[in-house]
Design a protein around this ligand. Structure first.
Ligand SMILES: C[S@@+](CC[C@H](N)C(=O)[O-])C[C@H]1O[C@@H](n2cnc3c(N)ncnc32)[C@H](O)[C@@H]1O
Length: 152
């Protein structure tokens, strides 16, 4: 889901930036260059991410998923990895993400659940799916996870 051509990619619950770094490696050299925005409510995690990552594509901000649409511009892709289980009101947060994701954008998330991803992982009324380019790369085995395209 981190394809060339994405303009704004949000790493929600970015922690100290390990996933942000992977995203940056993935988009390295792509044109136009995207903004990669890490968001996390923990000031210490944000400080670590800022210290660890010096890419000029990356920016970090303190904030929580509950307020996402007030924090970041509309995004093409939101990843929320290893963190959604920490959110109290998942329905509210998925609605918030849905507001923030562009019409053709994607949400990718996982959780600690031991169950395999199913359609129960949908964001609001969104359907599970990915863009053609991502599906090709998934077939090559370079991407995994659940993606949801918010529908309006
Ligand atoms: C296990 S870490 C995952 C960090 C990173 N995504 C990764 O996979 O390496 C979970 C992160 O979720 C953040 N978090 C907790 N509640 C959150 C919320 N309501 N909105 C966004 N992030 C949250 C925590 O501060 C923590 O940094």
């Amino acid at each position: 889901m981190i394809c060339p051509g994405r303009q704004v990619i949000v790493d929600l619950g970015c922690g100290p930036g390990a996933v942000t770094q992977l995203i940056l490696e993935h988009v390295s050299g792509s044109e136009p260059q995207p903004r990669v925005i890490g968001v996390d409510p923990s000031p210490s995690a944000i400080a670590k991410a800022r210290a660890a990552i010096s890419s000029r594509l990356a920016e970090f901000m303190e904030g929580s998923a509950e307020l996402l649409s007030r924090l970041v511009p509309p995004a093409d892709a939101v990843v929320f990895l290893n963190a959604i289980h920490l959110v109290q009101d998942k329905q509210q947060v998925l609605g918030e993400i849905r507001q923030n994701v562009e019409a053709r954008g994607l949400l990718g998330f996982n959780s600690r659940s031991s169950r395999a991803p199913t359609s129960r992982g949908r964001a609001g009324s969104g359907g599970v799916g990915s863009c053609a380019r991502c599906r090709r790369s998934e077939r090559r085995g370079s991407t995994s996870g659940t993606t949801a395209t918010p529908r309006r």
